[in-house]
Design a binder for this molecule. Structure first.
Ligand code: SAM
Ligand code: SF4
Ligand code: F3S
Length: 436
């Protein structure tokens, strides 16, 4: 029986891109997508297991859906993505009311799993693949100014704290012709911003075409000359001078790099198995800034990883002061059973201390972001308008090529337009300006 399906997406941009692929697969199988849980007779949660609180959020949502299921007989609930891949059948005892479970490499089988679930079975599929990239599936994108284009899946890095290698399996790259086909289509359809996605995009490699990430980025930027090109995430140990040169020379490639460092202490980086030292990271930053003047840099930081001493924490603070990131995602360490850290290291920083250290780095980053933004006051920037500003329909929100958020009076402009804006004021999160 065909279903009215609502997919709720948690977690990273890879999950958002997967939801667009799943939408395509389910529509091809005759199911219809609806715009809210109330209208659905199948609710699919596409889930994230990266930190404990991400999982709690999903279990909490499942609790709510259990009540819905009592009120609406016949309503099916499927759990897909990283949480089922991580917890497997155990989930059936962690939460009632789940009708099927499917990991990230099994989405082609979803129509079958749905049919079995509708027949009263509780099917599961946790197979991981070494080759699946869903390459030829045309994602059903929501529309809007930008689009995600996944270029690789999985991760071979094995950072000690991270579930992703377990939930997403081995690294594999989407064939170059399929990426270029997608990108050309997006360009022709008026897409203004393309973000290439992968857990570690620098290790992209198409064996048939002998194409690595710098060449891919160059080819994509030429194939979509009307769009801005972004990519995420890069791993510091793999960022090469070649790649940085491509970014600097590509007219439409955004001058911004997200380069997660996690910690400023070489001792921590070693325990985390990140494959580089503090000094090597700083050298890469200097190389990037040398080749791409005006580049903006963002990062991810973890406070309170196993064995982190006050001195290790201080090293994170001094690294932040030295680099002066424009933006950072900051977390306190959440032990994930089964990961290398959980198996071999002690989670010995108290929760209270983890939170104290996290607050300290958040405060510092807010101050640095504010100062960096203040430097932009008085300059004129080109903004790609994305949407109405949250606070006022008379204003638009957009981003500069360096990924800075700008809010400005809309005038005659609309989403998708490039607008030249003079920056009048700034907070740590936003620049505010006037079109000129
Ligand atoms: N592949 C990307 C990378 O290497 O940065 C992103 C990986 S992960 C989805 C995003 C961020 O979550 C990581 O960079 C890390 O800062 C954080 N993270 C991962 N595992 C964590 C854990 N167990 N506790 C706290 N933060 C974690
Ligand atoms: Fe996780 Fe490290 Fe892979 Fe990023 S590079 S997904 S943090 S294992
Ligand atoms: Fe979460 Fe899986 Fe992404 S664990 S961060 S949804 S790859």
């Amino acid at each position: 029986m065909k279903k009215a399906v609502y997919i709720r997406t948690f977690g990273c941009q890879m999950n958002q891109a997967d939801t667009e692929i799943i939408t395509s697969l389910l529509q091809d199988a005759g199911h219809a997508m609806v715009s809210g849980e109330e209208e659905a007779d199948l609710i699919v949660l596409n889930t994230c297991a990266v930190r404990e609180n991400a999982v709690e959020k999903i279990l909490h949502h499942l609790d709510r859906l259990r009540g819905e299921k009592r009120r609406r007989p016949g309503l099916l609930v499927g759990l897909i993505g990283c949480v089922p891949q991580y917890y497997r059948e155990k989930l059936f005892s962690m939460s009632e009311g789940i009708d099927f479970l499917a990991g990230p490499d099994t989405y082609r089988r979803l129509p079958t799993l749905i049919e079995q679930a509708a027949g009263g079975a509780r099917p599961v599929d946790f197979s991981l693949s070494t080759g699946e990239t869903y390459a030829e599936i045309e994602p059903v994108r929501k529309g809007g100014v930008g689009a995600f284009v996944p270029v690789m899946r999985g991760c071979n890095n094995g950072c000690a704290f991270c579930v992703v290698p377990a939930t997403r399996g081995r690294e594999r790259s989407r064939p170059l012709p399929s990426v270029l086909h997608d990108v050309r289509r997006l360009n022709a359809s008026g897409c203004r911003e393309i973000t290439l996605l992968g857990q570690n995009v620098n290790s992209y490699y198409d064996e048939n075409c002998r194409c690595a990430f710098p060449e891919l980025l160059d080819r994509v930027s030429r194939a979509a000359p009307d769009a801005r090109i972004r990519f995420t995430t890069s791993h510091p140990k793999d960022i090469s001078p070649d790649l940085v040169r491509v970014i600097a020379s590509g007219e439409n490639i955004c001058n911004t790099i997200h380069l997660p460092v996690q910690s400023g202490s070489t001792r921590m980086l070693e325990l985390m198995n990140r494959g580089h030292t503090r000094e090597e990271y700083l050298e890469r930053i200097a190389m990037i800034r040398d080749v791409i003047p005006g580049v903006t840099l963002s990062t991810d930081l973890i406070a309170g990883f196993c064995g982190e001493t006050p001195e290790d924490h201080r090293q994170t603070i001094t690294l932040m002061e030295e680099v002066r990131f424009d933006f950072a995602f900051m977390f306190y360490y959440s032990v994930r059973p089964g990961t290398p850290a959980a198996r071999t290291l002690r989670d010995d920083v108290t929760e209270e201390e983890k939170k104290r250290r996290l607050n300290e780095i958040i405060e510092l980053q807010n101050a640095i972001s504010g100062e960096r933004h203040a430097e932009a006051v008085g300059t004129t920037v080109e903004v790609l308008a994305e949407s109405e500003s949250k606070r006022s329909a008379a204003r638009l929100m957009g981003r500069t090529k360096t990924n800075r958020v700008v809010v400005f009076d809309r005038g005659a402009a609309g989403p998708g337009d490039l607008v030249t804006v003079r920056i009048d004021s700034a907070t740590s999160a936003t620049l505010v300006g006037t079109p000129v």
